[in-house]
Design a protein around this ligand. Structure first.
Ligand code: CMP
Length: 138
């Protein structure tokens, strides 16, 4: 599944009213939405999703932030999806994100950074399956 990636619109961007603008930017950049869900992560679920960062100093704050309010989860399809989506969202730290990227436009801090994007094809598959069943992908 090299042509798919997974994204979340994080609690900060949802709370700040950016769902529509972010989805618009994603679709206008050539990504097709193949699954979409407005939901929320419990602290336990957020911890599970970010288990790879368990040993990092920012882990507990990240889990708390990601469970602080609703999110939007989506699976996106495009040629070269993982790499192209990471270009579209920009650097993790929005102060270092390129002009016109989603994080430069909508993110406030390295933690509250508006969107998540998978970092590999393998993780895109794992993360998409975390939120969506086969019956929810079109
Ligand atoms: P994301 O792409 O979702 O993957 C891991 C997340 O951890 C990242 O976006 C940020 O929200 C957060 N993160 C990464 N590095 C830091 C950091 N140095 N301090 C705080 N949060 C971080």
């Amino acid at each position: 599944e090299t042509n798919k990636t997974f994204t979340m619109i994080k609690p900060d961007a949802v709370a700040n009213g950016h769902i529509g603008a972010i989805l618009d930017k994603i679709t206008k950049s050539g990504f097709k939405i193949v699954a979409l869900k407005y939901t929320a992560l419990s602290a336990a679920k957020a911890g599970e999703f970010y288990a790879i960062h368990k040993e990092r100093p920012f882990y507990s704050a990240l889990v708390e932030f990601m469970s602080s309010g609703p999110i939007v989860a989506a699976i996106l399809e495009k040629d070269n999806a993982v790499e192209d989506f990471r270009k579209l969202i920009g650097a993790t730290d929005p102060s270092k994100a390129e002009e016109g990227t989603i994080r430069q436009l909508f993110a406030k801090s390295i933690e509250a950074n508006a969107v998540h994007g998978s970092d590999s094809d393998e993780n895109a598959q794992i993360e998409g399956s975390f939120f969506f069943s086969a019956f929810e992908k079109f």
